[in-house]
Structures are given as structure tokens and as C-alpha cells.
Design a protein around this ligand. Structure first.
Ligand SMILES: NC(=O)C1=CN([C@@H]2O[C@H](COP(=O)(O)OP(=O)(O)OC[C@H]3O[C@@H](n4cnc5c(N)ncnc54)[C@H](O)[C@@H]3O)[C@@H](O)[C@H]2O)[C@@H](O)CC1
Ligand SMILES: [K+]
Length: 478
């Protein structure tokens, strides 16, 4: 796990070290220059210098590149209020400054020090045009602290941002690198540690799940039997959507759930011939069983009256409960169901995609995507439940905090992925993980399996959810 910091937190940290000697900006400039020289020594550098301290980092770096004998040009498109005398001397060098983006077009590497944490309003067209022109060069772009135009808290462009190949993060990683559009803009992220390891650090605002979380509960003991690993009921599969329930059930069975029942709203199948271990029943029969340990409702559920009645029954039960897909759509249209969820004594988790989250919050989907952390936090607080908000940079939130999943890629944007994720979370929760730990581990291994697949499939086309079930089992057994 890597700690993630919002800009407000980093501001306080900067203030604490305002008197540090040498100044943090000089340390930043030196570290950035070292990083650039290790990778691009001998290149012509085009340095974009902004009006604030992101620009000061860029100038401190440019001085060192110059001292190291590198060819460089600087573009300062917005007036800088303050220029230290070494920075002024650098910019006064003959031929060093260029007046527009064309002056940088012959450079081999762009160093982006236009805006970092201080971006505080939408860019106007003169700057968006500049960023688009620089993106159009097709050269490597190394962003200082954040690709200019990207909100480093929320991961959204404002309304455009540079597409960096590398982002060098100063002081600490930011949530906006990893969620919403952040992954598409930041390229590879490298953390530059400016403070000594012993320096006091603020509490993190969120955590990045960048390694597979440990789950010792999943290690099987000799003395155990299928009952030790619980009985799961997955409710869904209305007419035409049996497959969603099957995907969830197969994933649950292949990730260690003791016994898996599928409660189908339309019981067209008596057996899953490809996974005969699953026990298929009519939902109305399954919900009456007294030997269930945990229920998941949603995959292929539909929004019929029968589905609503089933949801009501499960919310009223004392079973730990996962709600996904149409269970969430039903929830969003009935205040009394939301009240039932809020006041449950048994634990629950909801796993919305952005549109489902938006319906639950009564917002348009783009508002959820504009601040995914806030949306997850709000759902958690309003509905008194753990939350997994899907989408690029899946967010897991419970009352103890927030984490962002660092694995996964656009190949996961296919039908059925949510169903296997639900089956996986329910299965790991059933086997002793807390709901939020089950969500974190599930999101990570699901994304990781897709990342492994993507290595052999460059464009990421055509990944079917069912193909990930076995790779996920392998990752869980590593
Ligand atoms: N202060 C410190 O101690 C440190 C600062 N650091 C660097 O400083 C950066 C933060 O510096 P600042 O707070 O000065 O912020 P920035 O340099 O990111 O940007 C602030 C400047 O941009 C202008 N601005 C913001 N949005 C704009 C828009 N849409 N259009 C036009 N102008 C806009 C503001 O008016 C202000 O002049 C970090 O990202 C990092 O690169 C790091 O080196 C760490 C240490
Ligand atoms: K930048």
C-alpha cells in the first residue's frame, strides 16, 4: 500500500518545511534533473515553466540540466510573479527562452512544470491550445508533480491536460494519478522523496492498493471441511440474464467458497453443466433456507416486483449481504429499501458502477466521475455500508478509510466483469475476510489478472469475464 495525499494535506506539509535548508524546491529541481539525466542525458530538453512553484521546480531543474551541459529551451507562457536571481540569470541567457510552443517542437523531451498542485480553475483557451500543441509533438513528456491541467485530487482534466509518459511525484503520491482519467494522463508514476525518511508525515488521505493484500485467512488448514468455508447464496438470473448469476457463482466456487447456491428468478436451468458443483434453485425457495451464511443479490436480477420483494426479504434478514447491479437500481428508486439498508445490524457492501452510484446519489454520472472519492465516501456515510465504486481506479470505502485499486486496465470494460467481481468478493468475505478487505483483494486480483492478459493482447480487445476466473484462482493461490 502506498499512502496518497490530497493537495490540502500536502500544502500543510509544505508549510511545515517552508524554512527547510536547502529549500524543498531546490531539492526537487536537483532530483528531477538527476532523474532526467539518468534517462535522457544528451537530449534536447524543452522546459515548460508555469507561474507558481511548479514552475520554480522546473527552473531549478533547468539550471541543473544546463550545468550538466544539456541543450535546453524554456517556455514561460504566463508571467511569473517572483524570479530568484539564479532563475532570472538562466532565463536571460541568449537563445534560451522561446516565445511559443513552436519553439519547443524540435526538443526531444518535454519537461512539464506549468501547473502542479496549484491548478485552481479551468484553463483558458490560450493554455488549452498550448497543451494540445505540445501533446501533438508526440515526444516523451515528463510531468513535474502532475500533468498540467490534471486535478491531482480527483484525476480529471480541466478541461484538457497533457498526456505525460512519466509523472514525477513530489513529496507524496496523489489520488488523482490513479482514479478517474488520471491513469490515462500520468503515464508511469515515480515518487521523488524530498524529505528525510525520519521526517514527520501527515496521515494519508487514502491508500493505493499496489500489491496483492495479504490474506492469511485464506490458507487452508488440514482439519477443515466444506462447511468450514461457508454457504453462499447468489440471487439473480432473471429471464435472459441467467449468465450473470452463473458467472458470479463460478467465480465464487473457484475462489474457495464452501458451498454455492444460485437462487434464480427465472429457474430455467437445473444444473450448470460446466460447473456442476453449483446448486441451482428457484430464488423463492433458496431465500427460505436457514443454513446460508452470506448472500449476494444483483447479478442479472432485473427490476421486477419479485426482485424487489426478494431484496426486501434479504435486507430484513440478518445475513451479511452484498448488493450489486439491479439490486442497487431497485435500492435507488425506493427510499424505504435505503432505510432498511442503513439500519441493518448485519454487515453489507454495495458494489456500484458509476451510473449506479449516480442513481443512488441522485446525481448525473459525470458528477460522480468528477469526484469519485467524495462519491464513495458519501455513499458509505448515507447508506451505512461498505462501498466498492467500480471504474478506472476502483475505490473501496468503509468507515475506516478509503483505498484506490492500482491494478486493472481498459480491457475490463466488458459485460460480466462486475458479476465475477461480486462472486469473488462474496466468496472471500464468506471465508473470513472483512467485507472491505474482501473488496480490496478482489479488486486487486481481478485487475491484476486483466493486466497479465493485456501483456499478450496489446489493444486490450475482447477480454471475456469468464476467461479471468482461472487466472484469478491462480493469483489467490500464489
Ligand atoms: N512549496 C513547496 O515547498 C514545494 C512545492 N513544490 C512544487 O510546487 C507546486 C505547487 O506550487 P504552487 O502552489 O505555486 O502551484 P502551481 O505552481 O501548481 O500553480 C499555481 C499558479 O498557477 C496559477 N493557476 C492556477 N490555475 C490556473 C489556471 N487554470 N490558469 C492559469 N493559471 C493558473 C495560479 O494563479 C498560480 O500562479 C507543486 O505541485 C510542486 O511542483 C514541490 O517542489 C515541493 C515543495
Ligand atoms: K506539471
Amino acid at each position: 500500500m502506498t499512502p496518497l495525499y490530497l493537495s490540502a494535506t500536502l500544502r500543510r506539509l509544505e508549510a511545515d518545511y517552508a524554512q527547510h535548508e536547502p529549500p524543498l524546491i531546490e531539492l526537487a529541481g536537483k532530483s528531477i534533473a538527476q532523474w532526467l539525466l539518468a534517462r535522457y542525458r544528451g537530449s534536447r530538453f524543452g522546459v515548460l515553466v508555469g507561474p507558481g512553484n511548479n514552475g520554480a521546480d522546473a527552473l531549478a531543474c533547468a539550471r541543473r540540466l544546463r550545468e550538466a551541459g544539456q541543450a535546453l529551451h524554456c517556455l514561460v507562457p504566463l508571467a511569473r510573479k517572483a524570479l530568484s536571481s539564479p532563475d532570472a540569470a538562466l532565463l536571460a541567457l541568449s537563445g534560451l527562452q522561446v516565445v511559443d510552443s513552436a519553439g519547443l517542437s524540435e526538443c526531444d523531451v518535454i519537461v512539464d512544470g506549468l501547473f502542479g498542485l496549484g491548478l485552481n480553475r479551468r484553463l483558458d483557451t490560450s493554455i488549452t491550445g498550448l497543451l494540445e500543441a505540445i501533446d501533438g509533438f508526440g515526444k516523451p513528456i515528463v510531468a513535474i508533480d502532475a500533468p498540467s491541467g490534471l486535478d491531482s485530487d480527483r484525476g480529471v482534466p480541466s478541461p484538457v491536460a497533457l498526456h505525460a509518459t512519466h509523472t514525477l511525484s513530489m513529496l507524496g503520491a496523489k489520488p488523482g494519478y490513479y482514479t478517474a482519467a488520471g491513469r490515462d494522463y500520468c503515464g508511469e508514476v515515480h515518487l521523488i522523496e524530498l524529505l528525510p525518511p525520519t521526517a514527520a508525515r501527515p496521515a494519508a488521505d487514502a491508500q493505493l492498493i499496489d500489491t496483492q493484500p495479504n490474506a492469511p485467512q485464506l490458507h487452508r488448514q488440514h482439519v477443515s471441511h466444506k462447511g468450514t468455508y461457508g454457504t453462499l447464496a447468489i440471487f439473480g438470473g432473471s429471464a435472459g440474464m441467467t449468465g450473470a448469476a452463473l458467472l458470479a457463482g463460478r467465480m465464487a466456487a473457484k475462489s474457495g467458497a464452501g458451498k454455492v447456491y444460485l437462487g434464480l428468478l427465472d429457474p430455467v436451468l437445473g444444473v450448470d453443466v460446466l460447473q456442476p458443483e453449483l446448486m441451482l434453485q428457484a430464488a423463492t425457495d433458496l431465500v427460505k433456507r436457514s443454513d446460508l451464511d452470506l448472500a449476494a443479490i444483483g447479478p442479472g436480477l432485473g427490476r421486477s416486483q419479485a426482485a424487489q420483494a426478494l431484496l426486501q426479504q434479504l435486507l430484513a434478514s440478518d445475513l451479511p449481504l452484498l448488493l450489486d447491479a439491479d439490486a442497487l437500481n431497485l435500492l435507488s428508486s425506493a427510499a424505504e429499501l435505503q432505510q432498511q439498508l442503513r439500519t441493518r445490524t448485519a454487515p453489507s457492501i454495495i458494489t456500484p458502477h458509476p451510473a449506479e452510484a449516480a442513481r443512488l446519489l441522485g446525481l448525473p454520472t459525470n458528477k460522480v466521475q468528477e469526484d469519485r472519492l467524495a462519491a464513495a465516501r458519501e455513499l458509505q456515510a448515507r447508506l451505512n455500508t461498505a462501498v466498492l465504486l467500480k471504474g478506472s481506479g476502483t475505490i473501496c470505502a468503509d468507515c475506516a478509510g478509503i483505498s484506490i485499486n492500482g491494478s486493472g486496465n481498459g480491457a475490463l470494460a466488458t459485460a460480466g466483469q462486475g458479476d465475477i467481481l461480486s462472486g469473488l468478493i462474496a466468496s472471500l468475505w464468506l471465508q473470513g475476510l472483512s467485507p472491505i478487505d474482501a473488496a480490496r483483494l478482489s479488486a486487486f486480483v481481478h485487475g491484476h489478472a486483466a493486466d497479465d492478459w493485456r501483456m499478450q493482447h496489446r489493444n486490450g480487445l475482447g477480454l471475456c469475464a469468464s476467461e479471468l476466473i482461472e487466472p484469478i484462482r491462480t493469483l489467490l493461490n500464489r
